[in-house]
Write a protein that binds this ligand. Sequence first.
Ligand code: HPA
Length: 249
Amino acid sequence: MLGSGFHHVLSELRVDAETPYSRLPGFPPTGVTGHAGKLLIGHLGETPVMVLSGRAHYYEGHPMALVTFAVRALAAYGIRDLLLTNAAGGVNRSLRPGDFMILSDHINLMGANPLRGGPVPGLPRFVDLTCAYDPGLRQLLRQAGRECGLKLRTGTYLAVCGPSYETPAEVRAFARLGADAVGMSTVPEVIVARQCGLNVAAMSCITNLAAGRSGKRLSHEEVLETAERVKKVAAQLLKNFVKLYGQNH
Ligand code: HPA
């Protein structure tokens, strides 16, 4: 699932089929700049992949069931492993815009849980998140980074609802809670993917320093600018990961 900063990899994809979400029953409409909203099936290098380009965000007003529908659909289709990407603000002072961070864990402060509601027949009601981010897939991400000369960071992603950015006081509080980066996505999809039994990995592109971590104000333009600046290396990273994945599965 591609988030801001990672769409450039589509230029490397050999596409066999491409369907806009608008033609897939139950899939969300997507609107935010930089999110196209289509499902692609094809090959990256030699490895067959399904790519969700664009996601529905909770802050757009969609119910959690819609935000996570595509993950349920792909799990039902039979995928086993899911890599999610996103843009995030750097809370940890050692993170810099343009860094990539492998998620080792998350803190859900969205104020909602996608599993709230009736039980899903055949799936666990109470989902264990002790090891939400698969160590084997994380290892492949690290190796993919090394192969393009990058030292990927590792850390805890804290999810907020948005769409306002955080206040400096919130960012200080999040740092004390143990967050390294903050963003407005990914966590609902991870929780549902784990309920469905998928192995999950996730990676953030740190597009900006979180509120109060620099002298600057935050803007969506800065997020998009950083995403644009790192798009080639982000694409290479994904390509390397998919190649290593293909060799190991
Ligand atoms: N905060 C929340 N979400 C984000 C940020 C941020 O600073 N940057 C990119 N997505």
